[in-house]
Design a protein around this ligand. Structure first.
Ligand code: ATP
Length: 316
């Protein structure tokens, strides 16, 4: 994460920040009935996004990202709690052109060319003068004559991005916009998005990929089981997600002593007769376990993102 993503570019900030949060989600819950069981997709979620921030919703499959986004866009009503966008009901905000979305699938007509698609939607918004500009910003100028059905997944997503830019929204929401794209398409897509966000637009996007969140967002909101399990700058989240776990066979009654020595120690989980512990300085913890406790079979392991989700979920 470089500083240039944290602040809008000095040239032509077209979406100045204001004191009203771009997004305010308060005690949001949503459940679904599925095969006779109730799935709590979103479980008391609270989140505030200030205008001008670029926020990544990061979480594994089923974390509740799409359901949250649907409520934020006014596509689904919450069971309880409230969602507001620039202080308004999401549907009113969408109607006023303040919010636009790039969703994972659907929404394009195969037989239209790229240029026809943009000009048709531009006419609906009454913004025909902006066609060339949004096509350039989404990096699809050279694709104007191509049929939508002939565009790659990445090109179709850039087209959807162009359509989302037409109402010149203050908030743009993207639900896994690069799912299924190859590396080069992802790079081109994010380059277009980043250039646009640097003008000061608020962006909220869902992703499975820590790298994507890390290189594009100012802030990562990590979700699991319908809740926010971590929320911080990309550097903070990366540090937590990549911290090492020390595991050992250790009697439970040794834990209070360890916690006195290491107040920041986190007990990740008990599994298979082992205790998994996390501390920023894993070497010191391992050394202490070996030299000052009766711990046996001490191991230090890097933690991948999935493990980080498990650990963070266990903490909450
Ligand atoms: N319409 C629905 N009917 C039943 N269950 C649903 C429905 N929509 C979502 N769910 C369930 O709610 C939970 C959260 O799903 P959601 O799609 O919001 O997660 P997600 O984080 O976006 O996942 P993914 O990354 O796979 O898209 C999942 O368990 C999912 O199966």
């Amino acid at each position: 994460m470089t500083q240039r993503h944290l602040t809008p570019a000095p040239s032509a900030p077209t979406h100045p920040t204001s004191s009203t949060p771009a997004v305010a989600l308060t005690d949001l819950t949503k459940s679904f009935r599925s095969k006779g069981a109730t799935v709590r997709a979103v479980d008391g979620l609270n989140l505030q996004v200030e205008a001008g921030q670029v926020v990544a919703f990061l979480g594994p499959n089923g974390a509740g990202k799409t359901t949250t986004i649907d409520m934020l866009l006014g596509l689904t009503e919450p069971d309880s709690g409230t969602a507001s966008v620039f202080g308004r009901n999401p549907r009113d905000a969408a109607r006023a052109g303040r919010i636009a979305a790039v969703m994972q699938t659907g929404g394009l007509l195969d037989d239209f060319t790229v240029a026809e698609t943009v000009s048709t939607i531009a006419a609906l918004h009454g913004r025909t003068a902006d066609i060339d500009e949004v096509m350039a910003r989404a990096d699809i100028t050279d694709l104007g004559d191509r049929k939508v059905s002939r565009c790659s997944g990445g090109e179709q997503q850039r087209l959807k991005f162009a359509l989302a830019l037409l109402p010149d929204p203050d908030l743009i929401v993207l639900d896994e916009p690069t799912a299924g794209m190859d590396v080069e398409s992802r790079r081109t897509f994010w380059a277009a998005m980043r250039a646009d966000a640097e003008r000061g637009r608020t962006v909220l996007f869902a992703t499975h990929y820590l790298e994507e969140a890390d290189s594009f967002a100012d802030r990562i909101v990590m979700m699991a089981h319908g809740r926010v399990v971590a929320d911080g700058s990309t550097a903070e989240i990366r540090a937590r997600a990549s911290s090492r776990v020390v595991s050992a066979v250790l009697d439970d009654d040794a834990l209070p002593g360890l916690q006195r020595v290491f107040p920041d120690l986190r007990i990740v989980e008990h599994r298979g007769g082992r205790i998994y512990l996390s501390l920023a300085d894993s070497d010191t913890l391992a050394r202490h376990l070996l030299t000052s406790t009766r711990a046996r079979d001490v191991e230090i392991a890097g933690r991948n993102l999935e493990d980080a989700f498990v650990a963070l979920t266990a903490d909450n």
